[in-house]
Each structure stands twice: as C-alpha cells, then as structure tokens.
Design a protein around this ligand. Structure first.
Ligand code: ATP
Length: 265
C-alpha cells in the first residue's frame, strides 16, 4: 500500500526577467508503506525540491501529493523532515534534551517533564544517553545529527524525509549513522525517503532507488535493490548484488550527466 504518492508533480521557479525555470517535470512516484526509498541524482537536479514538496513544505506548480490517501497542502502530521545542516536546525541555546523535547512540548496535554522524559527515551535510541545536559555545539557533527534524528523520532512519525542527512560528516561517522538509520527504520517500522547524491549510500540502505535526471528532473528509472533484510549497512557493500547495483547506477549517472553525454528523458 502506498503511504506517500506524488502524481504528475511539476515545479517551476520564477526567473528574473525571463521565462519561469522548470525544475521538475511531471514526477509520479508512489512510496510504499514501510519501505526505504532513496532519491538519487546529481547536484542541482531538484532532489531537495522534490522532498520539500513531498513534505508539504513547498507547493508544487502542478500535480498532487497524497499522504495516507489524503491530498496535502501543508506538512502532514505523519511526516518529519530532517535537514542536511544539523548545525542550523538545532537550537544552540537549548540543551540536547530540550532540543529533542521541542518536538513534543507544544502538544496539548504534554507537560514539560513528560516532554523531557520522551526526549531521554529518543536520545537513548540514538546512542546519546548521558548527553541530555550538553549543548549541541559541545558535540561532534555525527552526534549533532543523532540529536536531529532523535528530535525527528520524538514526533513519532510514520514517514521520515531525509535530505542528505549524512553528507556533512566524515566517512566513518557516515557508516555509523547508516547503521543507526537502518536499526531505527527496522525497529520503528518507518517509511523513509532519503535524498542523496551518494550511490553507495542509496544502495546500501534502500529497498528501491529512484534515479533522477538532471534539470528539469524526471524519474529516469526505479531500481529494486533486492538486497536482504535485515541488513548490515557496512557488510552489504561486499555482496555481488551491491557491486552490480553500484556499477549500474554510477554508470547511469555518469553517462547521463557527462558533458555532451546521452542525457535523454
Ligand atoms: N526557491 C528557489 N528559487 C529559485 N530556484 C530554486 C529554488 N529552489 C531551488 N531552485 C533551483 O532548482 C533547482 C533544483 O534545486 P535543488 O536544491 O532541489 O537540487 P538538489 O538536487 O537538491 O541539489 P543539491 O544536490 O546540490 O542539494 C536548482 O537549479 C536550484 O537553483
């Protein structure tokens, strides 16, 4: 069953003096309940725009977005959005615990104490027990992104929309976060849509990978990874199927986007 559906979604941006710039051209995509889907594409192709439209944060120029069958025009309660720049999304004057509590403290009937308890539970889930009294700037980049994930989880979402959340950290930390993300996805039965330009990340984590063309973006193809679950995000990289998919998707990206390359679609 589809939990998130985009139908013929188009987006154009006004351009100074000239005709509007078409960023996205009639994208139709159906995200299954409980799947891990990555949206892969070259820099500037419109991945973040697509995710923001899916999140109800930006209106499409044409087309519709449905969450759990309902047409949306604002952020739906089922979904949370995690940004790449944890440094900008966390509040520096609040402790780690209060950053996470922020997700629930404005809800009717939730006391400050309950919000903090809920925050500690989520901090434990992302491996940050004992860091609640720290401030975000006292933590490493990877730990700050864990705080951002804990805050997203505190909202008890069904759908997590992740906008390159692992790209601002070093390679080892990124692998750590990949493992954590798969663990959270499995334990919580989440639906995840991850935007990335990293082929290996997309393949290692996903059930399906949607490959976008360059601007105006359309879906070039959707690949079912067929990799086993449960899956270790590091060990899976040594399997023949992983290497085959890596090759196929890298090749598609490089051929389509090479200067003078066969960019069709
Ligand atoms: N608010 C806006 N106004 C005008 N143009 C925009 C706006 N937002 C995005 N664009 C343009 O739309 C295109 C797609 O941008 P977007 O950020 O979605 O791409 P992306 O694939 O996520 O890029 P990256 O991988 O570099 O983050 C770009 O050409 C960008 O300049």
């Amino acid at each position: 069953m589809a939990i998130l559906e985009l139908e013929a979604v188009e987006k154009s941006f006004p351009s100074r003096g000239g005709p509007a710039m078409l960023a996205m051209d009639r994208i139709t995509l159906s995200v299954r309940d409980g799947e891990f889907l990555s949206i892969l594409g070259p820099s500037g192709c419109g991945k973040s725009t697509l995710l923001q439209i899916a999140a109800g944060l930006m209106p499409p120029t044409a087309g519709t977005v449905r969450v759990a069958g309902r047409r949306i025009s604002a952020p739906p309660p089922e979904a949370v959005y995690v940004f790449q720049q944890y440094g900008r999304s966390l509040l520096p004057w609040r402790t780690v615990r209060d950053n996470v509590a922020f997700a629930v403290e404005h809800r009717a009937g939730v006391s400050k104490g309950q919000a903090r308890e809920a925050a500690d539970i989520q901090l434990a889930a992302v491996g940050l027990t004992g860091f609640g009294d720290h401030f975000p700037w006292q933590l490493s980049g990877g730990m700050q992104q864990r705080v951002a994930l804990a805050r997203a989880l505190a909202a008890e979402p069904k759908i997590m929309l992740l906008d390159e959340p692992f790209s601002a950290v070093d390679a080892l930390t990124r692998l750590d976060l990949h493992r954590l993300m798969l663990e959270l996805w499995e334990k919580r039965g989440l639906t995840v849509v991850l935007v990335t330009h990293d082929v290996e990340e997309a393949v290692a984590l996903s059930d399906r990978v949607a490959l976008l063309t360059k601007r105006p973006s359309t879906i070039a193809r959707i690949v079912e990874t067929g990799l086993p679950r449960p899956r270790d995000a590091v060990e899976v990289r040594e399997t023949p199927r992983f290497l085959e998919l890596r090759h196929e998707l890298l090749d598609a990206l490089l051929t389509r986007h090479a200067p003078g390359g066969a960019h069709a679609a």
